[in-house]
Design a protein around this ligand. Structure first.
Ligand code: FAD
Ligand code: DLZ
Ligand code: SF4
Length: 508
């Protein structure tokens, strides 16, 4: 039987299970740019450009390698507008009777393929280290699903930074040496940039015409769009930024979008880089003595630990996970998330950088925008749609447990044992944002008080029933209870007034 091999926009790996299973001489690869995928959320224009450019180059590379490829561009007149529609059209055209596909990273699309009116075989996505079965068996019978223990299993499984059965250097985790506050200066120049070639330019024109009015700047566009470029970006990171990655992983600096981060998530997530290949490059640099152990271990943990764990939770918890709202938060997203004005310098920095690059690093996502959303009680589903629309590396398998779980505690504590909340103090310690802010981080109340300071207590007070008994939060409640009653009332009243102004659309 002649088969169609569907390759999705985030499956651009020559080791893909569907390609391995297929027969190059008989089967037909189907790739399609379709409106259903560009429009199910208003993706950042740079994300659409990255995916389309990389898809076009990958399709061409497969053809060169001897595959028959039927590629549909977004503005082809015959375009059926959806993945399943394209499969049916190509089946009719070629006489193919079956579809082979590697499991997509979103329940939405898995569901559509499962119900497609053509026989479809969904193969597991073994570009990840842990299979669904392995994660389920790890999670089974555990009271709490803590990443650290899962991570150790992934170290053992991959052998990365292992010394026989023991972790290299005798410690699993070197975070104690990481997370220094913002440095005075950054001596890395950021990720490697690529000048758009003809294929990329064509895609940029298309994206500009179709999606130019969405949130996010399309140009200048410098991301890598094929495996060769992505590998050069990896080497560049290992050489120039990795040595200080651990030290400044949590730091934030005005006007410095990249610091010592890798900016590799977009390439790993769409398949241009293999996660283990990335980790081996890091391990090699550490073995060669070019990189300290805290940087190498910290980085590898993000990929084989966090990235795998977050995906595991998404598939373990099922399609309704993304709809959870354990804290009952329902405030609408303020306009400043979409680039409107705000006096909060930290938020303004994170959002403008996001608009420009489709990128903000982990602590900006977690402790600035995420923290603000949680403290002020924003609707988690609307927030997740914002993250999905704003980031170049956004896919639901990696977004949901980060937003609904880690950042918003909307899963009721599956991912985190306590919510990630902080007052302005944390942001002041880790960044230089507060210096340039209209609010004063030192002011706990009063007209200029940092909103994070007011909202922090408002959050703890309104969720007292849920968190008071949480062992890791007892100190916070004790501090609050020690304040005199007038002061507590002032804080809560001022927080309420501030939230009313937020809801009224004032510039806050
Ligand atoms: P680096 O700081 O250089 O880290 C190295 C790599 O580790 C990343 O490339 C990534 O592959 C991996 N990694 C680190 N932390 C995580 C994590 N928590 N979950 C998964 N992978 C991780 N990551 C995405 O890839 N897509 C998303 O849509 C996404 N949404 C997020 C939303 C929120 C609210 C939060 C708090 C985090 C989110 N993350 C997401 C995780 C993390 O912020 C990004 O992976 C990271 O910022 C990507 O930049 P980088 O490549 O420079 O990462
Ligand atoms: C994100 C995305 C976009 C914007 N466009 C396409 C597309 O036109 N064709 C395609 O095959 N894939 C696209 N993707 C990636 C898919 O949305 C992704 O495969 C699913 O979200 C599952 O992770
Ligand atoms: Fe953000 Fe508050 Fe600092 Fe301003 S003072 S940058 S709002 S933490």
């Amino acid at each position: 039987v002649k088969r169609l091999v569907l390759v999705l926009g985030d499956q651009l790996s020559d080791t893909l299970s569907a390609l391995r299973e297929a027969d190059k001489s008989e089967d037909i690869v189907v790739m399609a740019e379709v409106a259903e995928e560009t429009d199910y959320v208003d993706h950042h224009p740079k994300k659409i450009a990255l995916i389309f450019a990389a898809m076009r180059k990958f399709g061409a590379a497969l053809e060169k390698d001897g595959w028959t490829v039927r590629y549909t561009q977004l503005d082809d007149t015959e375009n059926a507008g959806s993945i399943v529609g394209e499969l049916l059209r190509r089946a009719e055209e070629t006489g193919a009777e079956e579809v082979l596909v590697t499991e997509p990273g979103e329940w939405r699309l898995i569901d559509k393929l499962r119900h497609a009116p053509i026989k479809t075989r969904i193969l597991s996505d073994d570009r990840f280290i842990a299979s669904h079965a392995e994660f389920e068996s790890w999670a089974k019978d555990r009271k709490a699903l803590r990443m650290e223990y899962f991570y150790r299993d992934m170290r053992r499984k991959t052998g990365l930074m292992m010394d026989g059965d023991d972790p290299a250097g005798d410690k699993w985790n070197y975070d104690h040496d990481n997370r220094k506050p913002a440095p005075d200066e950054v001596d890395a120049s950021g990720p490697m940039q690529f000048t758009p070639d003809e294929t990329v330019e064509e895609v940029l024109d298309l994206v500009e015409a179709r999606f130019g009015d969405r949130f996010g700047d399309l140009r200048p566009f410098h991301y890598a769009t094929d495996q060769g470029q992505a590998r050069r970006a990896l080497s560049h990171f290992v050489k120039h930024a990795l040595p200080r990655f651990g030290d400044y992983q949590d730091a934030m600096m005005e006007g410095q979008a990249w610091l010592y981060h890798s900016i590799l998530s977009p390439y790993i997530n769409i398949g241009l880089l293999d996660p283990v290949e990335v980790c081996r490059a890091v391990e090699d640099a550490w073995k060669a003595g070019d990189v300290p152990i805290n940087a190498a271990e910290g980085f590898i943990r993000q990929i084989i630990g966090w990235r795998e764990y977050i995906r595991g939770i998404y598939f373990l918890e099922g399609p309704e996970y993304a709809q959870r709202n354990a804290l009952g938060h329902d405030r609408a997203l303020p306009a400043f998330f979409w680039g409107g004005e705000t006096r909060m310098n930290c938020v303004s920095q994170a959002v403008s950088q996001t608009r420009e690059h489709g990128y903000a690093h982990h602590i900006q996502r977690l402790m600035v925008t995420g923290n603000f959303a949680l403290l002020s009680g924003l609707d988690p589903q609307e927030l997740q749609a914002w993250y999905m629309a704003s980031y170049i590396d956004a896919f639901e398998w990696v977004m949901s447990a980060n937003v609904i779980g880690m950042s918003q505690f909307a899963d009721g504590g599956v991912v985190g044992s306590k919510p990630y909340v902080s007052s302005g103090n944390y942001i002041d310690r880790m960044s230089d944002y507060c210096k340039g802010c209209a609010y004063s981080v030192k002011d706990k109340t009063g007209e200029n008080a940092c909103p994070f300071n007011l909202l922090y207590w408002h959050f703890l007070d309104r969720h007292r029933d849920r968190f008071e008994e949480n062992g890791r939060m007892g100190n916070m409640y004790r501090t609050w209870d020690r304040m005199d009653e007038d002061r507590r009332k002032t804080v809560l009243d001022e927080a309420e007034v501030w939230l009313k102004r937020l809801d009224a659309g004032e510039t806050v």
